[in-house]
Design a protein around this ligand. Structure first.
Ligand SMILES: *Cc1c(COP(=O)(O)O)cnc(C)c1O
Length: 466
């Protein structure tokens, strides 16, 4: 290595105090960031984060940012949470990871027992993976394979909702319907049946969300009647289509869907990767409809936002269809290297402890009321088409005309303007197109909620003013 190069490395590593600028420069030389047009970083470089504490993040120049989106919906109890930190470090002292095929460990056994105890009754087995998308792939393969093992090889299709999002891998993308992520890859995707979403933003004036959700079940009923014998499962995001713009619907839809799936003997897959763990007000969104899916996919908040872990909980009936002599070739031979990682399971157990010990779901009702109160002023804004809320999610739909809901053309990137204005004011909002949302960690205070809302209102006003 030439001396000049060596000197540069020494200088970067040891001689200069780390500042945003130097890390940004090094970052852009070597990284390709997720879900990003990298050219956008010419005008808005990525922000190097030095540390996190509670709902706050701090960059290398000492600026603080409120993490109002829970670091992409994963963080539940703040950054550097002392209880989760302790759980991970004490697990680290005994076992970091072990292959989960042929071996097991205490955190993964205990986590499975405890997930089962809080999930809708009758989900008797846990299959682990390392990301939400992987959990969705597992759910799809498992459902298909179940029917195959039961002699229904003609069942090869899935029903999903328009505007749904289930992840980025090809199988998950096949059951998703957000054009921005899907369209390019269309030729590679599975043939899926898409049914119109009960998304209540689209209801008629004067119609209740419950009535609309009930009315919008009709196309689902028809799809099931028409295709049931070729369909493995219906997959939905219960109550909130998050990546699709935090679009919400009424629990009655899930009740009707459960009944219809029973009638037509089709699996119901609930993708609660984003909405699970208290986000909608109940531990799981399915709880609000009193239903049990056949497969429940969990991820994101499962580890409190610390480590990548996901899981599919399934019924004993599905599990039993794979059980038999090896030579019968019924086994589910799916795996990921880091399946059931012990550190991640320890973080998940600590997360569940916090839910139990702090009576989080109860306390969140009060927080949700504060969020409703803070969001109320947005409803009168001329460029807001709707303010909606389900539990700990508030969404504000910007529109060119708030009354008629006529949207802004996407090319204007109004959401990005909001993002920029809020960042300059120390709040991280990451709008989905024209939809601004609050999805904070559950450790946000009422005063911080007020602050968040006032920054968001100011940012929306600036972003919609010309
Ligand atoms: C984020 C998300 C996924 C994908 O999870 P990853 O961990 O990002 O792969 C799947 N389904 C829903 C509903 C999600 O919000």
């Amino acid at each position: 290595m030439p001396w000049s190069r060596l000197y540069t490395i020494v200088r970067i590593l040891y001689l200069e105090p780390m500042r945003n600028a130097s890390l940004i420069q090094r970052d852009l030389a070597v990284l390709w960031h997720p879900c990003t047009q990298m050219k956008d970083h010419e005008e808005m470089p990525p922000i190097p984060i030095r540390a996190g504490q509670g709902i706050w993040l701090e960059d290398f120049d000492g600026r603080r940012y409120m993490d109002a989106i829970s670091s992409w919906w994963v963080n539940l109890f703040g950054h550097a949470n002392p209880r989760i930190n302790t759980a991970i470090t004490s697990q680290l002292a005994s076992l970091e990871h072990v292959i989960l095929a042929g071996f097991t460990h205490q955190p993964v056994v205990e986590l499975s027992e405890r997930l089962m105890a809080i999930a809708p009754a009758g989900l008797g087995h846990c299959f682990y993976a390392d990301s939400g998308s992987a959990a969705v792939e597992i759910a799809l393969k498992m459902s298909f394979h179940y029917w195959r093992n039961c002699g229904h090889e003609q069942r090869t299709r899935f029903i999903s909702l328009s505007n749904s999002y289930h992840g980025e891998t090809l199988g998950a993308l096949s059951v998703g319907d957000v054009a921005l992520y899907r369209e390019t890859y269309e030729p590679l995707l599975l043939r899926n049946i898409t049914v119109p979403s009960p998304d209540c933003y689209l209801r008629d004036a004067g119609e209740s969300c419950a009535d609309y959700s009930r009315r919008m079940f009709e196309p689902m009923r028809q799809a099931l009647e028409q295709h049931a014998n070729q369909v493995c499962a219906v997959i939905v995001e219960p109550l909130v289509q998050c990546a699709g713009g935090m679009r919400m619907y009424n629990p009655v839809y899930l009740e009707l869907l459960r009944q219809a799936c029973n009638e037509h003997k089709v699996h119901l897959i609930a993708d609660e990767i984003a909405v699970g763990f208290g986000r909608t007000g109940t531990m799981f969104a399915c709880d609000q409809a009193g239903i049990r899916p056949d497969i429940l996919c969990l991820g994101k908040g499962l580890t409190g936002g610390y480590l990548p872990l996901s899981v599919c909980l399934t019924t004993d009936e599905i599990y039993a269809a794979f059980y038999g002599d090896y030579t019968a070739q019924r086994a589910f031979l799916h795996s990921h290297s880091y399946t059931g990682n012990a550190l991640a399971c320890a973080a998940a157990l600590a997360t569940l402890d916090i839910f139990r010990d702090d009576d989080v779901l109860n306390y969140n009702q009060t927080l949700a009321e504060h969020m409703a109160h803070a969001a109320a002023p947005f409803a009168g804004h001329p460029h807001v088409g709707e303010v909606r809320q389900t539990g700990m999610i508030v969404a504000i739909e910007m529109a060119k005309n708030g009354k008629t809901k006529e949207p802004y053309p996407w090319q204007q990137r109004r959401g990005r303007l909001v993002y920029r204005h809020a960042l300059e004011r120390g709040v991280i909002l990451r709008p989905l197109g024209n939809v601004i949302y609050f999805m904070p960690p559950y450790v946000i205070s009422p005063e911080e909620i007020e602050h968040l809302a006032s920054i968001a209102l100011e940012s929306i006003t600036l972003a919609t003013e010309r």
